[in-house]
Design a protein around this ligand. Structure first.
Ligand code: YNC
Ligand code: MG
Length: 399
């Protein structure tokens, strides 16, 4: 019945797929935005986190490590590292007031969190200045007390105060109303490890040895000219990704500073590294790139972690050949690139390589032995009406 969401400027399930043009659900004026924080129940207080303070990053880390997203069977929980949180929440233009904590007034213990970062989003023909809302988390002992709506209203207020009226967010749960839906896909790199922690079952007609050999990979990558991205590649990668993402109905628009932040590793300690990016250089020209990031999951019943690499942004000139066979050519190219990504991730000791069913991923998922996971990821826009967007289908270019 969505008692809270029914009060919010989002599309509803009971309204027909609208004939109206894309646009806001409601228009507010800055004068209408409350200047004081949403009301919290007694004994709790708001705290704007200072994520330049390592101690406060670690408080967020501790909260998420123990209380953030789990799978349906409560076997695994995301374990975002402190350096990941630092990377994800301090992107160019980040706003401190969008790092919202709730503390116990008496002890100052952090018990809830929600965050936003600024993003420019292309939704079909519109560029929206949005916040991207993430890491909503409430301590397990404070669940089902309607605290989530209070956090959501408070971050909305803080976005509105800076005249940001739209937001994008994703969730595993169904809310009014997804604008797109993706599935997670998993590609084993260390099948035995995934079997031992209960992530991968042994198919009835297979053996452990056969599973291991099914997922084995060559030691070396195959694409000529493949190397790690360097700072000098920034312009080329930016230009290529910009053209590549323009082919989709829903995509971020990055400037060069953002590209550097999201793709170029700057961690001093190797163990804190979050993102890897590789380019293909042919005759001095960058023709392709791909990237992945590191996000561990805790195996809750086994006292161990799964090291997962997540496919991040990529792009290839193969999408722009103009040939009538462009789809086939792109498919061949992406399979070669992703196979190399798997080899590199394996070499970096990741146990599994994950991807979503978005962008052009349907061109390689099956061939590269990814299998569908059991969760869906729903995409939502706050205060923006647009018809449902099919994942990974480039209708304009017939790909
Ligand atoms: C969710 N994930 O339906 P109704 S994703 C949004 N996103 O409302 P209570 C959610 N809403 O149905 P609990 C939600 N999950 O009555 C539940 N809800 O309308 C809705 N889990 O609140 C729910 N992190 O406080 C219901 O529930 C109402 O104590 C119930 O808290 C929920 O980060 C939660 O999965 C998720 O920590 C915080 O279960 C808690 O259960 C928890 O009684 C584990 O809440 C971690 C977890 C969520 C990850 C994420 C994206 C969040 C997006 C929030 C929406 C942002 C809107 C845009 C704002 C900016 C606008 C501008 C400009
Ligand atoms: Mg609650």
């Amino acid at each position: 019945s969505y008692k809270f969401w029914a009060t919010q400027p989002v599309s509803r399930f009971d309204e027909p797929e609208s004939q109206k043009p894309d646009g806001p659900v409601r228009v507010l004026k800055i004068e209408d935005v409350p200047t004081t924080g949403a009301e919290l129940v007694d004994g709790f207080e708001w705290d704007t986190m200072d994520l330049n303070d390592e101690k406060q990053i670690n408080e967020v880390y501790e909260l998420l490590t123990n209380h953030y997203v789990e799978d349906n069977d409560a076997m695994f929980r995301f374990n975002y590292s402190a350096s990941f949180i630092n990377w994800a929440l301090k992107s160019p233009g980040w706003v401190q007031s969008w790092h919202v904590g709730v503390r116990v007034a008496a002890t100052k213990k952090l018990v809830a969190f929600i965050s936003g970062i600024p993003v420019t989003l292309k939704v079909r023909d519109n560029d929206l200045k949005c916040s991207e809302i993430n890491f909503l988390c409430i301590h397990k002992k404070l669940r089902a007390k309607r605290l989530a709506p209070v956090l959501i209203k408070e971050i909305t207020r803080r976005c509105n105060l800076l005249e940001i009226w739209n937001a994008i967010y994703t969730a595993g749960v169904v809310l009014p109303k997804p604008i797109s839906t993706c599935r997670y896909y998993h590609r084993s790199l260390d099948w035995l490890k995934l079997y031992d922690v209960g992530f991968s079952p042994l198919p009835t007609k297979s053996t452990k040895a056969r599973q291991v050999s099914k997922y084995s990979l060559p030691t070396n990558t195959a694409t000529p000219g493949l190397r790690e991205m360097e700072l000098k590649d920034l312009d080329a990668v930016h230009g290529l990704l910009e053209r590549y993402l323009a082919r989709f109905d829903l995509a971020p628009k990055f400037d060069k500073v953002e590209i550097k932040h999201w793709l170029f590793n700057e961690e001093s300690k190797p163990e804190d590294r979050v993102v890897w990016c590789y380019v293909v250089e042919t005759d001095g020209k960058i023709t392709d790139f791909f990237s992945f990031y590191s996000l561990e999951s805790t195996a809750l019943k086994k006292n161990t972690t799964i090291r997962a690499a997540y496919l991040f942004y990529y792009a290839s000139e193969a999408a722009f050949s103009g040939s009538p066979d462009v789809k086939k050519e792109l498919k061949v190219r992406l399979n070669a690139l992703v196979n190399d990504a798997l080899i590199l991730a394996k070499r970096l000791n990741f146990h599994v390589f994950n991807a979503l069913s978005l962008l052009d991923n349907s061109l390689f998922l099956t061939e590269q032995k990814f299998g569908p996971g059991d969760g869906s990821l729903h995409y939502y826009l706050f205060n923006w009406r647009t018809p449902f967007i099919k994942g990974g289908i480039d209708e304009k270019n017939n790909i």
